[in-house]
Write a protein that binds this ligand. Structure first.
Ligand code: SF4
Length: 209
C-alpha cells in the first residue's frame, strides 16, 4: 500500500461525505473506507445503512474494504452497560471496538493511517474518540489521524451532501438500546404534542450516528 493510504472507519454514508472531503482536501489521502459496525441493529437497519454506504462508494468512486457483521460479539462486549444512557460507558466501548478492528484491518493490509467518521456527530465528543484512536494506534504500531469533522459546519454539510446524493439517513445512533431510547423519547414527544394540541417535531428527523 502507498504511504498516503488511509483506512477510514465509516459509521454511515451521510457522516462519510464531508469527512471524505476533509481527508482528501486537507491531507491528500488515498482513502479506503471500512464499514465495520456490529453496533448497528437490527440487521434490517444495518442493511439499509450498508446499502447507502455502497451507493456513496459508487457515486464518489471511493474504494472500500469488506468488513464482517458480528453483532453477537458486540453484545457480549457491551452487555454489562446496556442500561447506560447514550454518551456513557457503553458508547466508549463501542467506539473502541470499532476503532480496534479498523486498526487491525489497516495493519493487516499494510495501511499506515486510520481514522473514523464518528467525530462528525454533534452527539459525540471528538476528544474522547480521538484519545481512544491514539490508544488503539499504539497497540498496532500505526498512526491514528485525529479529526473533528463536525468543525466548520461539517455536520450541516454532510446533510446537504446526503440530500444531493439521495443517501439513507437514520434517526437513531445504531444499537438496539439507542433505538429504544429514541422510541421512548418519541412517545413522550407525542404525548406532549397531543396534550398541547399542536403539531411539532415528531422525532423522525435525521440525527447522525
Ligand atoms: S448509542 Fe451509539 S455509540 Fe453508543 S453504544 Fe449504541 S451504537 Fe454505540
Amino acid at each position: 500500500m502507498d504511504d498516503k493510504c488511509i483506512l477510514l472507519h465509516v459509521c454511515c454514508a451521510p457522516d462519510a461525505t464531508h469527512s471524505l472531503k476533509v481527508l482528501q482536501e486537507k491531507y491528500n489521502f488515498e482513502i479506503y473506507m471500512y464499514f465495520y459496525n456490529p453496533n448497528i441493529q437490527p440487521r434490517e437497519e444495518y442493511k439499509k445503512r450498508y446499502d447507502s454506504f455502497l451507493k456513496l462508494s459508487k457515486q464518489w468512486d471511493i474504494p472500500y474494504i469488506e468488513a464482517e457483521y458480528n453483532p453477537e460479539d458486540w453484545f457480549k462486549i457491551t452487555e454489562l452497560y446496556k442500561d447506560e444512557p447514550e454518551g456513557g460507558a457503553r458508547c466508549f466501548l463501542c467506539y473502541k471496538n470499532n476503532l480496534f478492528y479498523t486498526a487491525k484491518k489497516a495493519k493487516e493490509l499494510g495501511i499506515k493511517y486510520f481514522s473514523t467518521t464518528l467525530t462528525i456527530s454533534p452527539h459525540k465528543n471528538a476528544d474522547i474518540i480521538n484519545s481512544i484512536g491514539e490508544e488503539v494506534a499504539k497497540l498496532f504500531g500505526i498512526t491514528y489521524v485525529p479529526e473533528n469533522f463536525k468543525k466548520n459546519d461539517g455536520f450541516k454539510k454532510s446533510i446537504e451532501y446526503s440530500k444531493e446524493l439521495g443517501l439513507y439517513r437514520q434517526n437513531y445512533c445504531g444499537c438496539i438500546y439507542s433505538k429504544m431510547e429514541m422510541e421512548r423519547k418519541r412517545k413522550v414527544s407525542y404525548a406532549n404534542v397531543s396534550n398541547n394540541s399542536h403539531t411539532g417535531n415528531r422525532g423522525k428527523e435525521y440525527r447522525g450516528q
